[in-house]
Design a protein around this ligand. Structure first.
Ligand code: PLP
Length: 421
């Protein structure tokens, strides 16, 4: 195992975005591998949160329109700084609501069922909240039985062709994950979007596990809509406000969940009872923006725009390549498997490892300072994050994991998940 330490240090010397690590608060002797669940706090995120609190303290009601960061425009302003992460025009992207609310909002708005075309295509591996939201929309529209689920052949990944086989004239809309939250597989968004459009189907993706981890070209791929959260790879803090993209060709559709913040800003304070929809993506807002939960993003996103998504992705792949290299060389004697696809085009920012004592392994890792997360029934997710993890962190993580496998320490822990796993 020792030889990997030297290799790790060599990689760290060549790391071109290493300087960003010192921007983050990282616990001492902690190997934080959970940035895909809750990203770490950066000094810039902390500062921007404090700045906004200070605006409240000193400006009170005037904070809506005065000061350096007027709250009235903050949803759009933060949206603008996310536009470069997904390569879209600023009028098409917004920070608002939560991911789940944004799924309700976009799917309800863009789903236009007819007698013959009313199915929504999802997949059997997606995150429960996405499925609950889609089912709720179908129930409200009177098409409760119209959810179609693409199946997985290996219970971890999806085949592009299996999804494409389900695209026919009965499907109205498709919602899929960009990166699967368990296996970390990236779906071929460009190919799936093209195939959907050939059949006249609206298609959107949930970017929760891909935003900030891989580059996106939503405009070039011609995607209809996307939603994402900002507390995972984007490090916006617990419950930070989510993101939303809708292609401008759909902006004429009346948004489904209406509220006064979706109104044209010029007439919003006329207080008319007739909704005057904003002409652009702003109409997708509902109520008063959660300013304090957005504020950390002002600082956090500046790190992404400075480092650049291509550099971040390059390092992220190097980190997971290094992890897999150690895994292949050192873990042959244990009944443990890597589920995540090996191919770079199909691998997001985290690695999923399977073992029948996964919950015990997860607890044993935490007891030794490695913070991954457990996913039922028998998997551990490990996410080395490009902006703040080092290759040496990966080395220590794998060294500790090997010790645990060797000593079977996981047997000392309950093989059960915690309340928040
Ligand atoms: C994290 C995650 C969510 C969370 O949605 P919230 O509304 O922010 O709680 C939803 N979908 C996917 C795929 C996720 O990974």
């Amino acid at each position: 195992m020792e030889k990997w330490l030297e290799i790790a240090q060599e990689h760290d010397k060549k790391d071109t975005i290493q300087k960003y690590r010192q921007e983050f608060y990282i616990g001492e002797n902690i190997y934080y591998m959970d940035g895909n669940s809750l990203g770490l706090m950066s000094r810039r995120a902390e500062q921007s949160a404090l700045d906004v609190l200070n605006d409240w303290k000193t400006l009170a009601i005037e904070g809506w329109t005065n000061g350096e960061r007027p709250w009235f425009y903050m949803s759009e302003d933060i949206g603008e700084s996310m536009a470069s992460l997904i390569n879209v025009d600023r009028e098409t992207v917004l920070t608002t609501n939560s991911t789940t609310t944004n799924i309700h909002q976009t799917v309800r708005t863009l789903y236009q069922p007819t007698e013959s075309r009313n199915k929504i295509l999802v997949d059997e591996l997606n995150f429960p909240s996405d499925i609950y939201a889609v089912q709720a929309v179908l129930d409200d529209y009177g098409y409760s039985d119209s959810m179609l689920k693409a199946k997985s052949r290996d219970s971890h990944t999806l085949k592009t062709e299996d999804i494409m086989d389900l695209m026919d004239e009965s499907v109205a809309l498709i919602l899929l994950p960009a990166v699967l939250y368990r296996s970390g597989q990236i779906l071929d968004m460009q190919k799936l979007t093209k195939a959907a459009h050939e059949k006249g189907i609206i298609i959107g993706f949930d970017l929760c596990h891909s935003i900030g981890a891989i580059p996106h070209h939503l405009e070039e791929w011609d995607m209809d809509f996307a939603v994402w959260c900002t507390y995972k790879h984007l490090n916006g803090g617990p419950g930070s406000v989510a993101g939303l993209y809708v292609h401008p060709r759909h902006h004429h559709l009346g948004v489904s969940l209406k509220g006064w913040f979706g109104n044209n800003k010029e007439s919003q304070f006329d207080m008319n009872h007739e909704f005057d929809a904003a002409a652009d993506i702003s109409q997708y807002q509902i109520g008063t923006p959660h300013i304090l939960s957005m504020a950390p993003l002002l600082g956090s996103l500046s790190l992404f725009n400075e480092a650049g998504m291509d550099e971040i992705r390059k390092k992220s792949l190097n980190l997971t390549d290094f992890m897999l290299e150690i895994f292949d060389a050192e873990f042959k004697d244990y009944d443990i498997e890597v589920v995540t696809p090996r191919n770079h085009d199909e691998r997001g920012g985290h690695i999923l490892i399977g073992h029948k004592h996964a919950a015990g392994i997860n607890a044993a890792l935490k007891a030794k300072g490695v913070i991954p997360d457990f996913r039922a029934p028998s998997y551990v997710r490990i996410a080395p994050v490009a902006l703040y993890n080092t290759f040496e962190d990966v080395y220590h993580t794998m060294k500790i994991l090997k010790e645990i496998m060797e000593t079977k320490e996981y047997e000392d822990f309950d093989n059960k998940r915690g309340v928040v796993a």
